[in-house]
Design a binder for this molecule. Sequence first.
Ligand code: GLU
Length: 417
Amino acid sequence: MADEVNPFESLQEQVDDAAAHVDVDPGVIERLKHPERVLETNLAVEMDDGALEVFHAYRSQFNGVRGPYKGGIRYHPQVTRDEVKALSGWMAVKCAVADIPYGGGKGGIEVDPDAYSASELERITRSFATELQPFVGEDRDIPAPDVNTGQREMNWIKDTYETLENTTEPGVVTGKAVESGGSEGRVEATGRSVMLTAREAFDALGKDIEGATVAVQGYGNVGSIAARLLEDIGARVVAVSDSSGAPYDPEGLDARAAKRTKDETGNVVDLDSPQTLTNDELLTLDVDLLVPAALENAIDETLAHEVSADIVVEGANGPLTPEADGVLTGQNVHVFPDVLANAGGVTVSYFEWVQNRQRFYWSEQRVNDELETVIVDAFDALREVFEERDVPNRRVAAYVLAIERIARSAEASGVWP
Ligand code: GLU
């Protein structure tokens, strides 16, 4: 993993790469290289033993021209201000590619959640929610889950906000449990859009997904669900991984059994399999489809030279460094970018928010059908830009599509003051 690559510089480079292909006011491009504002806060939280501990936390609000800021909150010991800024920019691009009415946002707390008890995590979360209260709201900024956060944390944020505001406003945060105002299908949504993107990609390239070999890096919410859904449409998942290593069987693994193993032992490598690989070995396997679904910068320039997959569908945000992206373009690897492939999460967050506001809840079938429409439409729009404009790869096509959509909204709104 290329730790030295600053994701915020990657975002700025990606915007510049696309800017060369769009006819947009340079001021709008410059705007899209910086967040509108960043909240940086230090949370002093009481631990179970009575001691106070301080946690650094951030919320970046990237761009609000298309609607409220939107994006997850991650808990990770390596969270930085620049990482959160980059992730918020990627959210703005993602929401524009999916054509849902949001700008981008992202938050993070520098914390290793495994090192704290549930009650400590609750106090940390409620403390952050209290700091966020003046900045968030159904029409302002809507957090959601991200790495190491889920329904439990979102329920706490909703409860803290509603208590402080003395109201009910479930749409202040998405990714909640169904009984706390969440949506059916939200947990699966990101993995589902990875599967849908892969299905459309194989179709567009004239390849058969039935029997196609797949390697999935990262076996959290995104990777494990993508693997299962890809298996359900006939693909053969040959390798999966988490930080413990990568079980590998050229004949195919059982994605559900891998998930059960991970749930039971905490390590996917405990799955019974003929071989065990490292994460880097998995990423360079000669497979039809590679799904990096862990963290950013998983594939750097050096590793990219060894990638042998035909198609890469990005489940994680920013798994390729810009240099790696260039190498894969040169090697004719078809890369379907994060801002399309993992847009299912935020899309079903949008459906959750719509349901919260209407106080009218949909069936899981309706959620999945509407999600499919959004992802297939986004795929087709991106494909049109890729095929009809002189752009080097699909990531640049996605940024061109997003920048043009954001610029059109900015132009329609005018400048104030
Ligand atoms: N954290 C997810 C993402 O990176 C979901 C964000 C959301 O639902 O707002 O897309």
